[in-house]
Structures are given as structure tokens and as C-alpha cells.
Design a binder for this molecule. Structure first.
Ligand code: KIV
Length: 302
């Protein structure tokens, strides 16, 4: 770890954007998306950075795409993740419409995200069209992670969540995107849904780390949407490996809970507050006794 770390909560060293950049060629970078404090606290033990991705619009809020996500929503989740994570760098996605208009608008909104969430960097989508904006933000103190290849905020132009660079004629433009964001000062770049040979080529060509999602093991690091890799998402892309089956565990636990409530076996006495016993007995003691003596009412259900 470089000397650029700053203290996080409880004296932990919080990684910063240059620490992530310095891992290129040294060790693989591990990251996940995160949207809430408690899962951020768990992922923090294993990840170099946590991305508060605008995928939260689809994963947490049931939108069909990331387009409806607002700055306020990103800030709300960003604050929660920063509270949960102590060591990992927290990167917050700039949502659609908050940065494309001009470098000045991007700066105003990115500065708001950084001030209100206390995150360490922002991410924005786009290659050459974002070069000027990335330079503007970095020059003014905002570390930027870029995102090229499949850029989900442009879904209405692209026409679907399609892998990029599967034909060699597409390579030149995507490679140029990577070079431009690196030259503009981005500290890392997400490569989403990019064919393996192109991911390898880009990773070798640029000086900043490539973070792959559906872009092969050739990248300098990997990111997945946490809910996807935990087995909590109803549909997952080809590139996701489910490392857990949390959806099944939740289904089982909620089914068990519902059954016990219907049978009146939950809550049991250990989950129930009795009255405080007062010296010489009294209403409280009698209430406790009568509660214990009361037979559970019969129900017509299972
Ligand atoms: O929003 C998100 O989760 C992302 C990842 C796919 C990198 O941008």
C-alpha cells in the first residue's frame, strides 16, 4: 500500500485512488458493487474498492435500466456504503444526466457527491466523449474512474446489453477510448462486456488498471454486482459466476418464519418481554403468571 492512505473510521487506513492505480502489475484488484452499510462492512474485509454503482436502480429499486437513477439516490446509498466500509476506497457512480452536459456541470455534481458522501472517487461512463470532462475533474481534485465498452446508461442508443469488441473492426474505437481516458487522468477504467483479446490488448496498452466485468481474466482487476454473485438476482449475464445461493436461503428463511407465525410458534417465550416483577407481587407478577398460564389459541390454519 502506498503512503497516500488516509485514516478511515476507527483508525483504519482507507485506500485512495492512487493506491488502486499503484496495484497495476503488482497484484489483482478486487472489487464489488455495494449499496448498503452492512454488506459494505463485510465486503470491506476483502475488497480494494467498493463501487456504489448506478446498477442499484435495477438491483435495489426495480428499474428496467440505470437511466432513471438520480443524484439524490446515488448520494443516499453512497453515504451508507461509506459508513459501512473502513478500508476500501468507495467510488460512487455519476448517474445518467448528471455529467454529460459540460465539464462544469460534471464538476458541480461530482463535488456534491464527494462532499455529501465523503467517498474517495467518482465513476462516469464514456470514452473519448468524456476525455475533456475527466481532465477537468481530475485537475480540480476529483479522482475519476472511467467506464468503457458496454456503457449501460447509453442502452437506448446501443439497443440492448450487448458485448463489445467481438468483431475486430470495433477494436480501434474501443482501444482509443481507453487511451483517451487514461491520458485524461482517470486512475482506473472499467471494461464492461469486452471480448478477451481486446481486453488483453487494452490492459497492455495503458498505464492505468483495467477493471473487468465480463472482460476476462486479462484485466488488472475484477468487479461484479454483489447481488449477482451472491445468487440474489433473478437474471444474471453470462459473465457472472454465482459464488453463493443467498436468494434460496432468504426464500427458505422467510417461508419458515411465515409458517411459525401462522402456527403461533413464533414468537416463543425467549422472544417475549415479561413484566418486571415488583416486590410483594402485584399486577406485573400476576400478568406474567397469567400470560404463562394462557393456552395458545387454536387456529384453523396449518
Ligand atoms: O453500476 C454498476 O454496477 C457498474 C458496474 C457494472 C461496473 O457500473
Amino acid at each position: 500500500m502506498s503512503s497516500q492512505s488516509t485514516p478511515g473510521a476507527a483508525g483504519q487506513k482507507r485506500l485512495m485512488a492512487p493506491d488502486i492505480a499503484a496495484k497495476k502489475g503488482v497484484e489483482p484488484i478486487v472489487s464489488l458493487t455495494s449499496y448498503h452499510a452492512h454488506t459494505a462492512a463485510i465486503a470491506d474485509k476483502y475488497c480494494d474498492f467498493l463501487l456504489v454503482g448506478d446498477s442499484l436502480g435495477m438491483v435495489m429499486h426495480g428499474f428496467e435500466t440505470t437511466v432513471p437513477v438520480t443524484l439524490d439516490l446515488m448520494i443516499m446509498h453512497g453515504k451508507a456504503v461509506v459508513r459501512g466500509a473502513r478500508r476500501a476506497l468507495v467510488v460512487v457512480d455519476m448517474p445518467f444526466g448528471s455529467y454529460e452536459e459540460s465539464p462544469e456541470v460534471a464538476f458541480r455534481n461530482a463535488a456534491r457527491v464527494m462532499k455529501e458522501t465523503d467517498c474517495g472517487a467518482v465513476k462516469l461512463e464514456g470514452g473519448r466523449r468524456m476525455g475533456e470532462t475527466i481532465r477537468y475533474l481530475v485537475d480540480r481534485g476529483i479522482p475519476v474512474m472511467a467506464h468503457i465498452g458496454l456503457t449501460p446508461q447509453s442502452i437506448n442508443v446501443i439497443g440492448g446489453f450487448k458485448a463489445q469488441g467481438r468483431e475486430e473492426v470495433q477494436w480501434g474505437a474501443i482501444e482509443e477510448d481507453a487511451r483517451i481516458v487514461a491520458d485524461a487522468g482517470a486512475f482506473a477504467v472499467v471494461l464492461e462486456a469486452i471480448a478477451e483479446p481486446l481486453a488483453r490488448r487494452i490492459t497492455q496498452a495503458i498505464a492505468i488498471p483495467t477493471i473487468g466485468i465480463g472482460a476476462s481474466a486479462e484485466c488488472d482487476g475484477q468487479i461484479l454486482v454483489m447481488e449477482d454473485m451472491l445468487g440474489l438476482s433473478p437474471r444474471v449475464p453470462k459473465f457472472v459466476k454465482e459464488f453463493g445461493r443467498i436468494g434460496e436461503s432468504i426464500d427458505k428463511a422467510i417461508g419458515w418464519y411465515a409458517e411459525e407465525v401462522r402456527k403461533r410458534s413464533f414468537p416463543a417465550s425467549q422472544h417475549t418481554y415479561a413484566m418486571k416483577t415488583v416486590a410483594g407481587g402485584g399486577e406485573g407478577a400476576r400478568a406474567n403468571k397469567s400470560a404463562r398460564d394462557t393456552k395458545k389459541p387454536k387456529t384453523g390454519s396449518t
